[in-house]
Design a protein around this ligand. Structure first.
Ligand code: GLU
Length: 307
């Protein structure tokens, strides 16, 4: 079935589940293996749960400990990052980072309660105590730092463009967007950049809660480009290599942080220490290679920015 027909017939919500859906056998190299699959999630990393974790002075940690598990905000439609398969299993790099943090805090990562929080609602969810922490392509910015705090970064991405494969008219990158229809997610740094820099006319901008809705628009010829982080776009392209491609001219620096309650410095320090350990002992690398690395790019841990 042609992709467009498929998307139209199954609807937007199922896009990430069905595009290039692949079983455990015959999984394409771009998307398979190690809990990274864009079809069914495979096996997840096995973390050793820290025995006697304690985070003196952390109100969030006291809450987590009393509850016995972490409540974590994530994305569910971003292949190889934050993804939920047709069986309800979650996988991807952000999911593994979320699980690692839980294990480092002394809590079973398999007991995490996940909440799907779209880009626009992250600060409210963290500040309102709806979640303990957030792991989902969440860029560290000065504006957001007034409302939440961040551990990390644990990855650096860059804003890019996803286009229909045969369309070469935007290969120059962001400066080729004038007169083009562009789609992105509400409350995201990429849509803000499109607006701030007038990359296209206001009437050409469409925004949705999630990026998979934009991908659906692109496949339906309702928009010309989807713009967000290359790490996210590469996951969609890897899923539909016959239909979509990433232009590959990144035009921003997106430092992914773990979103935490603003006042909880003890927890931020603890999570940073755990990230640092994973950067040094090879854990980060093996998590990356098994997940986001499958979207087609090599990666290394970035320098932490403790504050
Ligand atoms: N990293 C960007 C942001 O935090 C875009 C991805 C997203 O919306 O999660 O806004």
């Amino acid at each position: 079935m042609k992709m467009r027909t498929l998307v139209a017939s199954v609807g937007v919500a199922a896009l990430a589940l069905t595009v290039g859906a692949c079983g455990k056998d015959g999984t394409p190299a771009a998307s398979g293996g190690g809990g990274s699959s864009t079809g069914d999630c495979g096996d997840l990393h096995k973390f050793d749960v820290a025995a006697a974790a304690d985070v003196a002075g952390s109100a969030t940690y006291a809450k987590i400990k009393a509850r016995g598990n972490a409540v974590v905000g994530v994305k569910a439609d971003q292949p190889n990052l934050g993804y939920k398969d047709a069986n309800g299993k979650r996988c991807g790099f952000d999911i593994e980072i979320a699980r690692m943090v839980s294990a480092q805090l002394g809590l079973d990562p398999d007991k995490i309660e996940y909440k799907e929080i779209p880009s626009a609602n992250r600060e409210t969810a963290i500040a309102g105590g709806e979640i303990d922490y957030y792991v989902g392509t969440y860029s560290i910015t000065d504006k957001r730092k007034k409302l939440v705090s961040f551990a990390g970064p644990y990855f650096i991405a860059g804003q890019d463009l996803l286009v229909r494969k045969a369309d070469t008219s935007m290969d120059a990158g962001k400066d080729a967007l004038k007169g083009k229809k562009v789609c992105s997610a509400t409350g995201s740094t990429p849509i803000q950049k499109v607006k701030d820099e007038n990359l296209t006319e206001a009437s050409n901008i469409s925004e949705f809660k999630t990026y998979s809705e934009c991908v659906s628009q692109l496949l339906d010829n309702k928009t010309d480009a989807v713009t967000t982080d290359d790490a996210i776009l590469k996951g969609y392209a890897a899923n539909a290599p016959e239909e979509l491609r990433v232009v590959g001219k990144p035009f921003s620096t997106e430092k992914y942080g773990i979103g935490l309650p603003l006042a909880d410095k003890p927890l931020r320090d603890k999570v940073n220490a755990g990230l640092e350990a994973s950067f040094g002992d090879g854990t980060w690398q093996s998590l990356y290679d098994a997940t986001l690395g499958k979207s087609g790019s090599a990666g290394t841990p970035p320098p932490l920015e403790k504050y």
